[in-house]
Design a protein around this ligand. Structure first.
Ligand SMILES: *Cc1c(COP(=O)(O)O)cnc(C)c1O
Length: 233
């Protein structure tokens, strides 16, 4: 009996569908799972899709477009990487959410491409919450200035749906918790001050394979999970 259980556990570990189910079962109902499929083959994505996963995240424009073109059109594609202005045009026709917007210039460029495609593009503002300075993102002050300026209101084809952040890559849980909670507090402040009448501003995208449980405890509404679903890259 012991032995059978062991074998079964091992098999389950290798099943993408099972990994998704396991994660979904631990999520609060209001939390969205973004399956990060970067570097993974289309067959893996199909397996996840057949298990009911609709939202996938990629961090390279070229890969995202290639996958979009051949995979089921029901899939909602999120861009989670660092976006360059000259590549927005490839995503603009179909992307459903851009997680890592980190400058006003980029927002303006996204707005322009959205207009050309007669679409509104959903964006999250990336906030720099980690201690390392390698990670991209606005500082809280920069976003405050941007929102105070009112410039964002002129971008008719952009919807600011919330904030995104990445914690420091460390085993120090206290540190990670502190960073996630600071993003939640920042979100709450912005919501109250600038978006209280805006139903779209509601997402806090934080948490990856190694830290999503912590992120959920800190109020994440959207987790981006790759290796815990598809295996190591
Ligand atoms: C790769 C990636 C993830 C997923 O990372 P895992 O540790 O594999 O879950 C999440 N967010 C971003 C921005 C990523 O680039």
């Amino acid at each position: 009996m012991e032995y059978c259980n062991f074998v079964e556990t091992k098999i389950h570990k290798m099943s993408i569908a099972n990994n998704i189910e396991k994660i979904q079962n631990t999520l609060p109902s209001a939390t969205t799972l973004v399956a990060v499929s970067k570097t993974k083959p289309n067959s893996d994505i199909i397996e996840a899709f057949n298990a009911g996963q609709i939202i996938f995240g990629e961090n390279k424009v070229q890969d995202l477009v290639a996958k979009y073109e051949v995979l089921p059109k029901e899939i909602e594609w999120h861009f989670i990487g660092h976006l360059q202005s000259n590549k927005i045009k490839y995503l603009a026709p179909f992307v459903s959410l851009i997680h890592g917007v980190d400058s006003y210039k980029l927002l303006k460029a996204i707005n322009k491409e959205a207009l050309k495609n007669n679409r509104t593009i959903n964006c999250l503002l990336q906030v720099h919450i980690a201690e390392e300075d390698t990670k991209f993102g606005f500082s809280v002050n920069e976003i405050t200035e941007l929102l105070e300026s009112g410039n964002i209101n002129e971008l008719s084809n952009i919807k600011i749906c919330g904030l995104m952040g990445m914690a420091t890559n460390t085993k120090d849980e206290l540190q990670v918790r502190k960073e996630f909670c600071s993003l939640r507090d920042t979100f709450n402040n912005f919501k109250q001050t600038y978006f209280s009448n805006n139903e779209h501003f509601k997402e806090i995208s934080m948490g990856m394979s190694g830290d999503y449980q912590l992120a959920i405890e800190c109020g994440s509404t959207m987790i981006r999970v790759g290796s815990s679903i598809f295996g190591a890259r």
